[in-house]
Design a protein around this ligand. Structure first.
Ligand code: IPM
Ligand code: MG
Length: 368
């Protein structure tokens, strides 16, 4: 029997997790998936309870589980504590300890939300792109790092951006493989755009070179292009449909995925999967803990619910169940239900709902 560890975390985490767990239980019953759910602590709530943002017990249970579903971490309450104990460190540590190097962030526009985006409909209609972000290396984890005092008494902050060939190769392979799968499903040629800053940073010069080598050795059937990160930011707004799979390092991927999320109307719609070499994964919405709206029943639970769909697809290979969830989300959008982040006030026939009502509406579609 497979086990899923749920880690609700901070801010809106518990609210969105409640809805996602309801949906997960419903598909578990409907498709007889035999999944067992457990819950644990991470982030600020874990720090409050144990003094650690990622308690050893949580890490052990995450290792033992077949998949992890995470809400969000962080909030102003914990901003002032020592850096190594901050909620975000708990998240980075679980990614790193579990070896979750491949972060998949799908920016797919639901046609019902074409007017909820700040970008013109013709630019984004039909958008479906995948950002493959390296998640356990690069400047997020590079050493040395810190804040030091210089001889003149001034302080200096520093981080190190590092990537070894093997790290680039393994994320590159994930991107090329996914590009092939996506192309096959859509009946068109496969393409990958690798994002770097090779005009300035040696680390990304190696990145670019390694991508070229992998493509030449094993992926002649995938078209590979390269783009500087700053241009990629611009192109995502100008003509996002030129992209299919984008592969990039940890920091550029963090930035580009927020931008890609807004193309789809709201970051509240964007799910993600973080996978290890065996395909085991942690699934989480791309948005953060949104402390400003926490506890007010305003959060959009759809990114977390869609993360459940990704979990069923990638870790448990239950495509039918994954699609059932995605269809249920599409159906509630068809019905005009909108949380405030995806509400277009100029459109008629829409109903503003809270987190709970949105989650329960998805659930109702699944059990009907
Ligand atoms: C994300 C978040 C995290 C990151 C933060 C919360 C540490 O922004 O998942 O994109 O920077 O990776
Ligand atoms: Mg981010």
């Amino acid at each position: 029997m497979a086990t899923i560890l749920t880690l609700a975390g901070d801010g809106i985490g518990p609210e969105i997790m409640t809805q996602a767990v309801d949906v997960l239980n419903a598909v578990n019953n409907k498709f007889e998936l035999g999944l067992t759910l457990e819950s644990g602590l991470i982030g600020g709530v874990a720090f409050d309870a144990t003094g650690e943002p990622l308690p050893e017990e949580t890490l052990e249970r995450a290792r033992a589980a077949d998949a992890v579903l995470l809400g969000a971490v962080g909030g102003p309450k914990w901003d002032a504590i020592e850096r190594s104990k901050r909620p975000e460190r708990g998240l980075l540590k679980i990614r790193s300890e579990l070896g979750l190097f491949a972060n998949l962030r799908v920016a797919k526009l639901y046609p019902q939300l074409v007017n909820a985006s700040s970008i013109k409909p013709e630019i984004i209609s039909g958008l479906d792109l995948l950002i493959v972000r390296e998640l356990t290396g690069g400047i997020y984890f590079g050493e040395p790092r810190g804040i030091r005092t210089l001889e003149n008494g001034e302080q200096q902050g520093y981080n190190t951006m590092v990537y070894s060939t093997s790290e680039i190769q393994r994320i590159g392979k994930v991107a090329f493989e996914l590009a092939k799968t996506r192309a096959q499903a859509a009946g068109r040629p496969a393409k990958v755009c690798s994002i770097d800053k090779a005009n300035v940073l040696e680390v990304t010069e190696l990145w670019k070179q390694t991508m070229i080598e992998i493509q030449q050795a094993d992926y002649n059937d995938v078209a590979l292009s390269h783009m500087y990160a700053d241009n990629a930011c611009m192109q995502l707004i100008k003509d996002p449909k030129q992209f299919d799979v984008m592969v990039t390092g940890n920091m550029f991927g963090d930035i580009l995925s927020d931008e890609a999320a807004m193309l789809t109307g709201s970051i509240g719609m964007l799910p993600s999967a973080s996978l290890d070499e065996a395909g085991k994964g942690m699934y989480e919405p791309c948005h953060g803990s949104a402390p400003d709206i926490a506890g007010q029943d305003k959060a959009n639970p759809l990114a977390t619910i869609l993360s459940v769909a990704m979990m069923l697809r990638y870790t448990f290979k239950k495509e039918e169940a994954a699609q059932a969830i995605e269809q249920a989300v599409s159906d509630v959008l068809d019905d005009g239900l909108r949380t405030i982040d995806i509400l277009d006030r100029s459109e008629t026939g829409l109903k503003q709902v809270g987190c709970q009502e949105m989650g329960q509406a998805v659930l109702a579609k699944l059990v009907q």
